[in-house]
Design a protein around this ligand. Sequence first.
Ligand SMILES: Nc1nc2c(c(=O)[nH]1)N[C@H]1C(S)=C(S)[C@@H](COP(=O)(O)OP(=O)(O)OC[C@H]3O[C@@H](n4cnc5c(=O)[nH]c(N)nc54)[C@H](O)[C@@H]3O)O[C@H]1N2
Ligand SMILES: Nc1nc2c(c(=O)[nH]1)N[C@H]1C(S)=C(S)[C@@H](COP(=O)(O)OP(=O)(O)OC[C@H]3O[C@@H](n4cnc5c(=O)[nH]c(N)nc54)[C@H](O)[C@@H]3O)O[C@H]1N2
Ligand code: SF4
Ligand SMILES: [Mo]
Length: 732
Amino acid sequence: MTDTHCPYCALQCAMRLTSAPGTPPSSGAPAPTSERDASVGAEPRQFPTNQGGMCQKGWTSPQVLTTPDRLTTPLIRNTAGHLTPASWDDALDLIASTITTIQAEHGRDAIAVFGGGGLTNEKAYQLGKFARVALRTKNVDYNGRFCMSSAAAAANRSLGIDRGLPFPLTDLTGADAILLVGSNPADTMPPCVTHLQGARNRGGLIVLDPRRTATAELTGPIPPEGIHSTHGAHLQPIPGTDLAVLLGIAHVVVMEKLADHTYITNRTEGYDALAASLSPWWPERVAQLTGVAAEQLRWVARTLAAASPHHGGRGAYIITGRGIEQSRQGTNGVTAAINLALLLGLVGNVGSGFGTLTGQGNGQGGREHGQKADQLPGYRSITDPQAREHVASVWGVHPDDLPGAGQPAVELLNSLGQPGGPRALLVHGSNVVVSAPHVRRVQDRLAALDLLVVCDVVPSETALLADVVLPVAQWAEEDGTMTNLEGRVVRRRAAVSPPGQVRSELWVWQELARRLHAPGVWSTCPSEVFDELAAASAGGRADYSGLSYARLDEHERVTGGVDGSGLYWPVLGPNHPGTPRLFTDVFPTVSGRAALVPVQHDGPGDTVSAQFPVFLVTGRLLQHYQSGAQTRRVAALTQAVPGPYVEIHPHLAEVYSITEGDDVLLTTARGRARAAVRFTSTIRRDTVFMPFHWPGVGSVNRLTNPSTDPISGMPEFKVAAVQLARVTEDIA
Ligand SMILES: Nc1nc2c(c(=O)[nH]1)N[C@H]1C(S)=C(S)[C@@H](COP(=O)(O)OP(=O)(O)OC[C@H]3O[C@@H](n4cnc5c(=O)[nH]c(N)nc54)[C@H](O)[C@@H]3O)O[C@H]1N2
Ligand SMILES: Nc1nc2c(c(=O)[nH]1)N[C@H]1C(S)=C(S)[C@@H](COP(=O)(O)OP(=O)(O)OC[C@H]3O[C@@H](n4cnc5c(=O)[nH]c(N)nc54)[C@H](O)[C@@H]3O)O[C@H]1N2
Ligand code: SF4
Ligand SMILES: [Mo]
């Protein structure tokens, strides 16, 4: 029996694996296949975020350990174009020699690295170090750019620090009101719903989503002619207009004198400019722009205010998700949500707050330790001379030898194989040909490379395009730490041995660093890498210096996992208790105050037109995870949802003579996709929805807009303008 955490989302539900522990692969030694236990089971444990619950994906997660097409040996593409088994030495020699040749001819930045928010802290840290010290390239970024970058940029700008939830998730339980902006936790983090029940019971659960999702359903039906229900309200805006909705609510807060002026005076700066910027956003104007009724905007403002501490309420929270963030105005959208929370005096007041629900398992830690183009470990800036000096000293190199900031993910992918762009790409933990925006363009860029190396656990669609595929260990096969959506660092533990020739990625980087004659220490032992990470993070914003495996294990033993195993960063020393709640006294900004930053609504890059008359929104289904590389290999999950589909309102379908069960062709300025339709009356009549979990003709990312937020680099996944037609022909 091994206590660990789920391989998937950032809730990091605690689970117990029922199997004999195997040999951790930290030595890099391959384990004989016979040692593997094919019958690993998972069951939930008590833990604050999941309260003993788990979703279907968590329950079935061990099946990915023994999936029949698991990668078990390195593969090299032969001259006939086929991926064929190879030895580790051959694969690593080939990679190292090709990198050396490319760099000699095209310079160090000709090698690019793409990481993932599912990697453990140790691997995310080592990958960033490998890019800067062994490859000495500036071109490293990761899929968190698709996920958390807008929320991160907004929190850094307004609050001085980016920790998804700056409070324990369980704090939500006591609130009178919770506003969820573009977030669907009932499908994306099911056990999280228990924390929404308090606000729901008190009539204060408010959900902003163009679809009536399972989360919106929790608010209960709004009576005809009414504006709210007994449990709260579902606001169903025109896609891409959330920012305007938030400006409208904030306008009411200011005009109806609902703001907390004591808090504003003591803890914020910039009120006058913010109030002036809000004046054009009166509710009737916002209603016209967004489709959300003016009276509903007023009701939300009053409900949040009544729940706020300065009006004697039990507390209020404003929480954002990808629905508002994955937009070319995502940073400003989240900023509008933070402004509203600051006006109401919520942030840093225990029992109230602002937060974002981080997505991937290690979406939080993955963005702190250096796989982001502009960051060094500990959430340090790569352009800050002091940060460079500190990290260089931990790495045993000269600060001048560290590269500068690289390009964010979309721009990086688009530069591959272009004149002056990278000629090789190493991918660790992302399936970009399914999950990046405008995937047809991504495929073209990958095809233009001299070398594509993919490390994965399964033959993902991206791995199948690679020149070299390296089989690496996954969650239950190696030790590590993850930082969950609350900034809580938890232990992931090895339970089984990896199969065949599978090795730890830490070993891969050690071997490549050696072949590239890189300076520094390249440990393959996760706890040693963690200690190095802790030292590198010391003094940074995400300071882990007081943590070690020994301390985390002891803490879990003492708490029994129930009321708080894992510690919240910053943890400033071995006796520092960690920081469950940020901002209670001061904001980590230059002035110590939070900034009220005026923002305006602009709208999505695509506008609906005669050519593309319908909104397309994208997102997730309960049963599948991300690009589907893992969950499409689990029988129960593919049985539940076997393939892609398009949600459409029957009235809209009628306009296009589409009937239930038809296949529909979707066309945007980027390309075409095809999928079956599913009728639902819960979506707006001007909008269709498609999940992004599948490759091929049903991949919604053939359609999505790669234009990015100028501050965060976040692509506009959520909203596109689309043409619909009944399918009459096959498409490529
Ligand atoms: N089952 C499952 N769970 C997951 C994941 C998964 O792939 N599958 N992935 C994990 C990860 S990495 C992440 S980032 C999280 C994401 O978690 P969420 O943010 O909850 O998930 P999404 O479905 O991407 O988007 C949320 C909602 O945004 C809505 N939306 C679309 N356009 C708009 C808009 O213009 N405005 C507003 N207000 N809403 C809009 C969609 O209808 C959708 O219901 O989930 C995590 N959990
Ligand atoms: N249209 C649309 N597109 C989206 C989104 C959306 O809402 N709409 N959401 C975006 C978001 S929020 C995200 S987070 C991305 C996610 O999309 P991806 O970045 O594609 O994420 P995954 O599908 O989780 O891919 C992880 C890959 O890593 C592999 N893997 C698992 N563990 C390990 C490991 O330890 N090491 C290595 N090397 N590999 C491992 C898995 O098998 C899988 O192939 O998608 C984005 N794309
Ligand atoms: S909610 Fe997230 S962490 Fe929990 S079991 Fe499901 S996928 Fe795993
Ligand atoms: Mo994500």
